[in-house]
Design a protein around this ligand. Structure first.
Ligand code: GRF
Length: 194
């Protein structure tokens, strides 16, 4: 495939984006983050991109009210930056199927639980950790998986566990899982090198 050129889609703080950038800078991941795309103009992920001189794009229903135009813009941005791997890292929107078809087998997502448990609609962010604690599971973790047309459904690439501790609240558990996410996401991206 040649050089790994990654587009990261993120809606929030972008610590997973940062983990990928840091891995490319330290030599842990042989590739580069070529574009950052957010549906949220206030996403700190876009600030991180600017700090690293990575092209950042706010693309959403606000910038592109017509879905067809939005898809066109996403495809243009991916193409103009030579992207060959899409990483969804805290992206709160469903990726349009047109993008999934165009980049089939080249899209991954990070999920803060051990899929197939705690996946699917409504299972994002802190909701996931609340559900894990309510179920009294003793183990949680993070999953990187391939993205297809169904929520949290594609083949699992890497999973790593963390313990759930007796005095955890959703925030302490989220922080423990996030540390693991930052380690496995660059590893999973590296699987696309060949
Ligand atoms: C992570 O827990 C990720 O798994 C999820 O949303 C969170 C994003 O964190 N789906 P960040 O924006 O990378 O800091």
């Amino acid at each position: 495939m040649g050089e790994l050129r990654i587009a990261v889609f993120a809606s929030g703080g972008g610590t997973n984006l940062q983990a990928l950038i840091d891995a490319t800078k330290s030599g842990g991941l042989d590739g580069r983050v070529s574009a950052v795309i957010s549906n949220n103009s206030n996403s700190y992920a876009l600030v991180r991109a600017a700090k690293e001189n990575i092209p950042g794009y706010h693309i959403s229903g606000k910038t592109h009210p017509e879905q067809k135009e939005l898809i066109r813009r996403l495809l243009d941005v991916l193409e103009m930056n030579g992207v060959n791997l899409i990483v969804l890292a805290g992206y709160m929107k469903l990726l349009p199927v047109e993008i999934i078809r165009e980049y089939r087998n080249r899209i991954i997502n990070i999920h803060p639980a051990l899929l197939p448990k705690y996946g699917g609609k409504g299972m994002y962010g802190i909701n996931v950790h609340k559900a894990v604690l309510e179920s009294k599971d003793r183990i949680s973790g993070a999953t990187v998986h391939m993205v297809d047309e169904a929520y949290d459904h594609g083949a699992i690439l890497i999973q790593r566990t963390v313990p759930v501790l007796p005095d955890d609240d959703p925030e302490t558990l989220a922080a423990r899982v996030l540390e693991v996410e930052h380690r496995i996401l660059p590893q999973a991206a590296g699987m696309f090198l060949c």
